[in-house]
Design a protein around this ligand. Sequence first.
Ligand SMILES: [Zn+2]
Ligand SMILES: [Zn+2]
Length: 151
Amino acid sequence: MKGELTGGCLCGAVRYTLRDGFRLNPYACHCTDCQSRTGSAFSEHMLFTLADLDISGDLDAGEYDQPSGAHSRIFGCARCKARIYAVNDSRDGLASLRCGTLDDSASFVPSAHLWVRSKQRWIRLPEDAKAMDEQPRSSEDWVAFVGIAGR
Ligand SMILES: [Zn+2]
Ligand SMILES: [Zn+2]
């Protein structure tokens, strides 16, 4: 997804604009951490350059030490607790957007499905879906598997 994107939280107190810039395609993550964190079956993320994000409203942060050792912080609306984006100290300058907060979230189709080995059994992926049992391990693998938006 290229171009400027807008979105916000559930109650409307937090609004953001993501300026056009380097970002990867959206992907679905079926890991058990995402299931616990979202209270849902999977989460839909998009890696983007944090400097491209203009965000307004009161945010608070949740913190979590990932099994990989990375320290993750997730930012959301202090009032309604809708989660907007996350950063972790293993990927400098990049953040991961929760795609469901986009105004036009219905037009986003995940380019890849990660952690398919812990996918909930009732979910059927499209036949042509790119799927990985776990997740890419290096930046190069992320770019190769998930793809750069607009290319
Ligand atoms: Zn809110
Ligand atoms: Zn996940």
